[in-house]
Write a protein that binds this ligand. Structure first.
Ligand code: GDP
Length: 197
């Protein structure tokens, strides 16, 4: 898919103020610092569209970006940062839960996983939370350029194995590097296919 246009539309904390659920949308989520903003910018050929390296604990917003005037990328706040307060975490949980459970136009959640790490409990738990609610998701492994491809493959295989304890079918996995533009076509082709169905 060719990206012809990508524009920031709106930031929200309230479901009621989101754009009307008319166009298909794809939500990006992961632990803080996983490389989510970099990935969104890489996919949309836009350097500063999603803000990289925002301090954890800052105002947490749902950001909508309209792409090719026909679908949305949705940038969700990162989860699982140790520094944010308990009330902050609960607030996160409530409004993200709301969005993920109720958004009619949400097609798929892209769960971002740091390809350098062995399976992290918080990521597995989040996948299970989505699975229990039948919310479609795929796994995007980030920062592939930071280690050997063998190491990335090992960590992906370990994640798959960890998920097999809970899932019969493992969702699609895509290895990416925003630095090297790896995996870009795989993610965009996935979106294109869903958009066409
Ligand atoms: P976010 O908090 O999930 O939005 O993460 P960011 O996109 O802000 O990235 C966190 C840090 O990781 C930044 O310093 C990025 O430059 C770096 N980073 C993100 N993606 C990649 C990648 O693919 N390769 C490398 N080498 N660094 C990356």
């Amino acid at each position: 898919m060719i990206i012809k246009s990508a524009e920031f539309t709106v930031s929200n904390t309230k479901i009621s103020k989101l754009p009307p659920p008319i166009l298909p949308e794809y939500a990006f989520i992961g632990r803080s610092n996983v490389g989510k903003s970099s990935l969104i910018n890489m996919l949309l050929n836009a350097k500063g569209l999603a803000k990289t390296s925002q301090k954890p604990g800052k105002t947490q917003l749902i950001n909508h970006f309209l792409v090719n005037k026909t679908w949305y990328v949705v940038d969700l706040p990162g989860y699982g940062y140790a520094k944010s307060s308990k009330s902050n975490r609960q607030e996160w949980a409530k409004f993200i839960r709301n969005y993920l459970e109720k958004r009619e136009s949400l097609q798929c959640v892209f769960v971002l996983i740091d390809s350098r790490l062995e399976p992290q409990k918080i990521d597995i738990e989040f996948c299970c939370w989505l699975g229990e609610r039948s919310i479609p998701f795929i796994l995007i492994f980030t920062k592939a350029d930071k280690q050997s491809s063998v190491k990335s493959q090992q960590n992906m295989a370990a994640f798959k194995k960890a998920l097999l304890a809970y899932f019969e079918e493992i969702p699609q996995m895509i290895l990416t590097s925003s630095e090297k533009h790896l995996g870009k076509d795989d993610v965009l082709n996935f979106i294109q296919e869903v958009n066409q169905n």
